[in-house]
Design a protein around this ligand. Structure first.
Ligand SMILES: Nc1ncnc2c1ncn2[C@@H]1O[C@H](COP(=O)(O)OP(=O)(O)OP(=O)(O)O)[C@@H](O)[C@H]1O
Length: 294
């Protein structure tokens, strides 16, 4: 399968931040969710993919074209929605739709009308009067109706109420049905990401901590509850990412869980009471706090 985007050994340094040796690729037709806390570097990565920022080193290829050098050609087939993209406040949604359709021959008016109904937007309304949620939906409509080969969505669900969020997530999952379209979207919210993504990437402090499909994350991690006293030896057992004493209970979170771990814990004087799966949010938070790869 061909890659829709590929980043190789990307570095970018700002005064107080650095993207470190980013290697990341997304095959055509896949949905990649990029999860990271504030300041992780998600927007910087997306801007590099769009050719808006030139990395200090490394190679960027988007839809088979080198970026930023071929950005004019590549952008014909990329949709990019981010909060800081400005719409014209004094113009209506219809004006924006006409404007975008005049530039992009791939504009699908039928799909645009369908999205307008689904998002409950009015074409004649002037953007100044739009709420935050309506603005996000308008931005998505303008990008989705172009039917780009690659969609880059920077935090499309941030700041939306629960209803608007589910409408946006539904529209995005419809995009999934088209196997020729690739989507990369960023979020703080693991729930949104796990609903939509084939592959999930954890990013923190400018580094990729992990990149795999959801099932692999869930298979790998376990939370173990034991009775007893936590020792340094337990913290040093293979795979232990977090261990803490809570009264008489010891809680342990483990990556690369192996069936022989309960026996190793018993040898350290702990009485294992429960071994349970972890959800993606817990895995993400534990990974970030452990500061290691998942
Ligand atoms: N042009 C710039 N000059 C200096 N520093 C920058 C610049 N752009 C981004 N940064 C810094 O890079 C870091 C990563 O920012 P970025 O916006 O990529 O993170 P993010 O993961 O998208 O965060 P958020 O979730 O808050 O949007 C931040 O510390 C930010 O201050």
């Amino acid at each position: 399968m061909r890659n829709a985007l590929a980043l190789q050994q990307i570095n970018k340094t700002y005064d107080h931040f650095r993207l470190h040796d980013i290697d990341l690729s997304v095959p055509e037709g896949q949905i990649m969710g990029l999860v990271g806390v504030n300041g992780a570097g998600k927007t910087t990565l997306m801007r590099i993919l769009m050719g808006l920022i030139r990395p200090d080193s490394g190679n960027v290829e988007v839809l088979g074209l080198p970026m930023p050098d071929a950005q004019v050609a590549a952008k014909r087939d990329i949709g990019f929605a981010s909060e800081d993209m400005r719409l014209y406040q004094s113009q209506s949604l219809r004006w924006h739709m006409d404007f975008v359709s005049s530039i992009y021959p791939s504009w699908d008016e039928h799909y645009a009308e369908e999205l307008m109904k689904r998002f409950d937007l009015r074409a004649e309304q002037v953007l100044r009067g739009f709420s935050h949620g309506q603005r996000v939906k308008a931005m998505l409509l303008l990008n989705l109706a172009r039917r780009p080969k690659l969609l880059l969505l920077d935090e499309p669900t941030t700041g939306l109420d629960p209803v608007a969020r589910s409408e946006v997530l539904e529209a995005l999952s419809d995009v999934l049905r088209d196997e020729t379209r690739t989507v990369m979207f960023s979020s703080h919210n693991t729930h949104d990401v796990e609903q939509l993504s084939d592959t999930i990437t954890f990013m923190h402090q400018g580094r990729i901590l992990a990149c795999k499909d959801k099932e692999s994350f869930l298979d790998d991690w376990r939370r173990i509850l034991c009775q007893g006293t936590l020792s340094e030896q337990v913290k040093g057992l293979p795979g232990v990412a977090m261990a803490r004493q809570n009264g008489s209970i010891v809680e342990i979170k483990v990556r690369h869980y192996r069936d022989d771990l309960p026996e190793a814990l018993r040898k350290e004087g702990l009485l294992v009471q429960r071994v349970e799966p972890m959800n993606l949010e817990d895995i993400f938070v534990t990974t970030v706090r452990a500061g290691a790869s998942a």
